[in-house]
Design a protein around this ligand. Structure first.
Ligand code: G3H
Length: 251
C-alpha cells in the first residue's frame, strides 16, 4: 500500500510573511500520524523559516529546485547540502516550467536527483508532455524517455523511495485538467517504465503524483485511480483553506 502524498507547489508566489502565515494556519491542522504525506513547496527564500516553523509537525517542506553540486563557484544557485541542512525533506525537480524557461535537461535532472538523495532528501521528479505531443500520440514515448533518463543510474532502493509527478503541460494552471482515466493511463506508463528498468517490486513501491489543475473538488477522482498516489498542486495549494481541503478530501 503506497502512502498518498499531496504536495503544494507555490511557484514564485508569496512574501515571507504570507508564507509563514500559511504554515502557521496549516501545521496544527494535520493530525499526528496522518495517513497522507503533506508537503509544501516554497521558494528558496523562505525555506529556512518554514522548516523551522513546521519542525515537529506533520507538514513537510520542499524546495522547488536546487543545483547538483554541494558547493563551488555557481553564482545564484542553491546547494542541496545547504537545503538539507535547513531541515527540508523534499525537492521538486524537472518541473516543466524549469525545463521550458531555464532550459533544464533530463541530464541535469538526473544529476540533481542523485545530489538530493545523497543529501538525505527525497526528489519529486516531474515529467509531462505538451499538447502537441499528446495530439501526435507521442505521450507514452516521451514520458518513458523522461523517466528513463531522469532516473538513470539510481539504485532500486533509491527509486522505490522517490516520487514521480506526472504533469501534462497543457493542464498546468489552465483549468483544463486531464481526465482521471487519461492521467491514470500515463501514470501507468511511468510505473511500467520503472518496472522495466528497476523491476516490478520497485515499481509497486514508487509513488506517482498527478498534477495539473487539481482542486479540492476533483482530487478524489484522481486518487481513486490505480496508479495515482497523490497530487502536485499549484493554484489550489496557495491558500491554507484550500490546501487543507485537499488533504481532507484524500484522507
Ligand atoms: O506544480 C504544480 C503544477 O504545475 C500544477 O499547477 P496547477 O495546479 O496550478 O495547475
Amino acid at each position: 500500500m503506497r502512502k498518498p502524498i499531496i504536495a503544494g507547489n507555490w511557484k514564485m508566489n508569496k512574501t515571507a510573511s504570507e508564507a509563514i502565515a500559511f504554515v502557521e494556519a496549516v501545521k496544527n491542522n494535520i493530525p499526528a500520524n496522518s495517513a497522507v504525506d503533506s508537503v509544501v513547496g516554497s521558494p528558496a527564500l523562505f525555506l529556512q523559516s518554514l522548516a523551522e516553523a513546521a519542525k515537529g509537525t506533520e507538514l513537510k517542506v520542499s524546495a522547488q529546485n536546487c543545483y547538483f553540486e554541494n558547493a563551488g563557484a555557481f553564482t545564484g544557485e542553491n546547494s542541496p547540502a545547504a537545503i538539507a541542512d535547513l531541515g527540508v525533506q523534499y525537492v521538486i525537480i524537472g518541473h516543466s516550467e524549469r525545463r521550458e524557461y531555464f532550459h533544464e535537461t533530463d541530464e541535469d535532472i538526473n544529476k540533481k536527483a542523485k545530489a538530493i538523495i545523497a543529501n538525505g532528501m527525497t526528489p519529486i521528479v516531474c515529467c509531462g508532455e505538451t499538447l502537441e505531443q499528446r495530439e501526435a500520440g507521442e505521450t507514452a514515448a516521451w514520458i518513458k524517455g523522461q523517466v528513463e533518463n531522469g532516473l538513470d543510474g539510481l539504485t532500486n532502493e533509491q527509486v522505490a523511495n522517490l516520487v514521480v509527478a506526472y504533469e501534462p503541460i497543457w493542464a498546468i494552471g489552465t483549468g483544463k485538467s486531464s481526465s482521471a482515466a487519461d492521467a491514470n493511463e500515463t501514470c501507468g506508463v511511468v510505473r511500467e517504465t520503472i518496472a522495466n528498468k528497476f523491476g516490478q517490486e520497485v515499481a509497486d513501491k514508487v509513488r506517482i503524483q498527478y498534477g495539473g489543475s487539481v482542486k479540492p473538488e476533483n482530487i478524489k477522482e484522481y486518487m481513486a485511480e490505480e496508479h495515482i498516489d497523490g497530487a502536485l498542486v499549484g493554484g489550489a495549494a496557495l491558500e491554507a483553506d484550500s490546501f487543507l481541503a485537499l488533504l481532507e478530501a484524500v484522507k
